[in-house]
Design a protein around this ligand. Structure first.
Ligand SMILES: Nc1nc2c(ncn2[C@@H]2O[C@H](COP(=O)(O)OP(=O)(O)OP(=O)(O)O)[C@@H](O)[C@H]2O)c(=O)[nH]1
Ligand SMILES: [Mg+2]
Length: 220
């Protein structure tokens, strides 16, 4: 609870440490079951669900896939995922702007994620708040689409700093927008020198093979 005292507002710094504690429990759960858990983050509409739909189509014959969807409202994304052939659970955060480790723990009680599978978590579309909340994932994947502007890593650094892979999506639109791939990579490397990159068009399928290989190459 926030208390007002002598004009000071002591913010509840315990929120993040409690989240980190629960994230470690989730991580232990995933490791114990050899589940690869990936947290997909981005601004709204960069193509996370479309990427997941295509990923499921190309991976499902070899690997069991589960999805946890986060949005403020609606079950639309979970419905899209289920149509693609993977079990999905939708979390609605209401006025909240990110998923947290406790929400994932509760979702895992409702969905039996089988051993050796891949669990994708699609976070709420937001380049700010989800950066602060570890969910217990093995890797964080930030998606940026070419319509968003190549300056975004500099303006929203925490998301790029905390991610392992950056998917640059909607490359089919590059001829129509002022977006320089080299510039966005240089900007992101300023924030995170070890960030990996993958160019993708979820629409045409460009980059999908490399992405699936990246996921399947992760140790479980
Ligand atoms: N041209 C083009 N459009 C794409 C591509 N990927 C996704 N889209 C379109 O972008 C729009 C948003 O895609 P979604 O997959 O819903 O994006 P999202 O990141 O899941 O959105 P939120 O969950 O609302 O944050 C849809 O109209 C997609 O068809 C792409 O590679 N190229
Ligand atoms: Mg989505």
């Amino acid at each position: 609870m926030v208390k007002w005292r002598n004009g000071e507002i002591p913010l509840n710094i315990d929120i993040l440490s409690e989240n980190n504690r629960l994230a470690e429990r989730n991580r232990g759960y995933f490791e114990g079951r050899q589940v690869v858990c990936l947290n997909l983050v981005s601004s709204p509409g960069s193509g996370k669900t479309t990427i997941l739909e295509k990923t499921i189509a190309s991976m499902i014959a070899r690997r069991k896939i589960f999805v946890i969807e986060g949005d403020q409202q609606t079950a639309r994304d979970a419905e899209r995922i289920e149509k693609s052939g993977a079990p999905a659970i939708q979390i609605n955060t209401g006025s909240g702007c990110h998923l947290d480790a406790n929400m994932i723990q509760l979702a895992l009680k409702k969905m039996e994620v089988t051993a050796g599978s891949v669990l994708f978590i699609e976070n709420v579309g937001n380049l700010v708040c989800p950066a602060m909340f570890d969910l217990g994932e093995e890797k964080r994947v930030v998606v940026i689409s070419v319509t968003e502007g190549d300056d975004k890593p500099l303006k929203y650094p925490y998301m790029f700093q905390s991610s392992h892979l950056c998917i640059i999506n909607k490359t089919d639109l590059l001829p129509y927008v002022d977006f320089n791939v080299e510039t966005v990579m240089a900007n992101a490397r300023q924030i995170n020198p070890t960030l990996e990159f993958l160019l993708m068009s979820a629409k045409t399928g460009e980059g999908m093979k490399q992405w699936v290989e990246w996921v399947e190459g992760l140790k479980d």
